[in-house]
Design a binder for this molecule. Structure first.
Ligand code: NAP
Length: 297
């Protein structure tokens, strides 16, 4: 296993939509706000420091959503990082409303999504959002209405690229008939392979895949998780942490993989970014696979 300097640059570059370069290892901001993605951060100054450090460490893809807080993660990003350095991509999402800690509802009505885009632009202090992701398909709204609204925002120059979240290949194909889709953000990690089919679909077409819960939301790090001990054994042997193995495994899993691990802590951020330099050999990758397979899939 090789280790390089502490920089997201070691993860390599991916071109979103064929024209938007990002370093493959990014940073997710859901953990910057209160528990259950609800309310202000416990330590707002620390949240800003973590964001600034992510950029210092070479991260060029920051994932957020209006539903984190709600509004709070975007507001902190805008206040902390704007005006943004060249090449920094802030990817946000709309279409999930939040009624309390971990309580959500999907809304895909055109008027609502247009307001979401306008408010995200305001909070993020941007004139155009490089990557806007429909957070969920609203089953009560025709897809043509939701994506038609985002397409209008794109035509007006307020969105550059459009992505989807938690979708199947059939849903992406239906969406592609309405508007070009350049990224997919689905739940995926060493410990959670429910979206293998969607990942394969994306890989075949060179569409970026942002795995959310890339370290299983931290669960795989807790001793009660069935894969935790086997993974810990491999991690100790390879001189890494289980969080780092999870990220290195993802980076090797597919060239379209763009992990966005989330943390509220500086030490965890630095540990996670260092995983960009962990290149697992074929044998090591197989060992990690075998350890993960000792837990449920
Ligand atoms: N599209 C969607 O529907 C969706 C849903 C959920 C999340 N997301 C996005 O995906 C991103 C990643 O997901 P996530 O943040 O929920 O889960 P994750 O990255 O799999 O795990 C984050 C959890 O692990 C802990 N952690 C992180 N690094 C660690 C380390 N090195 N050592 C020990 N613990 C560590 C964090 O706690 P600490 O804060 O204590 O480090 C946090 O509890 C989010 O931030 C968000 O941008 C998208």
């Amino acid at each position: 296993m090789t280790t390089q300097s502490l920089s997201a640059a070691a993860s390599g570059t991916f071109l979103i939509g064929g024209d938007l370069p990002v370093r493959r290892l990014g940073y997710g901001t859901m953990r910057l706000v209160g528990d259950g993605a609800w309310g202000e951060p416990q330590d707002p100054a620390q949240a800003s420091r973590v964001l600034r450090r992510a950029v210092e460490l070479g991260v060029t893809l920051i994932d957020t959503a209006d539903a984190y807080g709600p509004e709070i993660a975007e507001r902190i990003i805008g206040e902390t990082l704007a005006p943004y350095p060249p090449g920094l991509v802030i990817a946000t999402k709309g279409g999930i409303t939040r009624q309390g800690p971990a309580r959500t509802e999907y809304v895909g009505r055109a008027g609502y999504l247009i307001q979401c885009v306008e408010m995200s632009l305001r909070r993020l202090k941007l004139e155009r959002i490089d990557l806007y992701q429909l957070h969920r398909i609203d089953p009560r709204t025709p897809l043509e209405e939701s994506l038609g609204a985002l397409q209008r925002m794109q035509e007006q120059g307020k969105i550059r690229h459009i992505g989807l979240s938690e979708v199947t290949p059939a849903e992406i194909e239906a969406a592609q008939k309405i508007v070009p889709i350049v990224t997919i953000q689905n739940r995926y990690s060493l410990a959670d392979r429910r979206h293998e089919q969607t990942l394969a679909w994306c890989e075949q077409r060179g569409i970026g895949f942002l795995p959310w819960y890339p370290i299983a939301g931290g669960k795989v790090l807790r001793p009660e998780h069935p894969s935790a001990l086997p993974l810990e054994r491999v991690a100790v042997k390879l001189g890494a942490s289980v969080a780092q193995l999870s990220i290195a495994w993802l980076l090797r899993r597919s060239p379209v993989m763009l992990p966005i691990p989330g943390t509220s802590k500086m030490a965890h951020l630095e540990e996670n970014i260092a995983a960009a330099g962990l290149k697992l050999s074929e044998e090591e990758w197989a060992e990690v696979e075998a350890a993960a397979a000792e837990g449920p899939q």
